[in-house]
Design a protein. Sequence first.
Length: 245
Amino acid sequence: MNPAVPVAMNVNGIAAFVSGLLSFFTPCILPLVPSYIIYISGVTVRDMSAPAAGHRKKVFIHSLLFVLGFSFVFVALGISSSLIGSFLYHYQAYIIRVGGVVLIALGLFYLDILKIPFFNRQYMLQLEQKPIGLLGSFIVGITFSLGWTPCVGPALSSILIVASMDGRASHGLYLLSLYSLGLAIPFLMSSLVFDKLFFLLKKYSFVSRYAVRALGILLIIIGILMVTSLYNQLNLWLGMMFFPR
């Protein structure tokens, strides 16, 4: 196997995981986390402060099903993107450069330098009443993933572009699983400290501003590497460094 291949997967994987992690802390998601948790579990902060048993476990289990719901859709999109890329394999060089330009544009959008009206709209399937039980939390997770918010949409699009470059379904599965994991870990951690979540969000609200900027800078760097062909050279260099012959 080409030594650059596992290195490229690791570099892309780290970028996907960090993108998912930063997506959670953006203003479109972080302030809404308590509302999502209350909606899917039916447990309020007052319930958590009561000495009744089982509330914390209930919140975590419903949050886990919610996470699995949006992860299911993201991973499916990743596999589909890779399969589409496989049909365009002969045009990979052009796809990489065009994808790099798109990533730079998305990064500039995050930095509020470039206006993209499509991502300034939120497309969310509204459920007037949550479906009953654990399955209901899974379904709500799916509807969440279909809400192309200004924060999640560009980051997710960037990972899908990278997934399409390889053309293997396993690569799309790998990248979108890591993106979902990055988004899921802080969400599950929030469910574990739900009784203190409002206090933490108020105290550390400034994190959202830096998360958006960091995500924008990350996309611009990856985009520049792709446009200038330094992306493949970097992978080859790392491959020779970590997998010397």
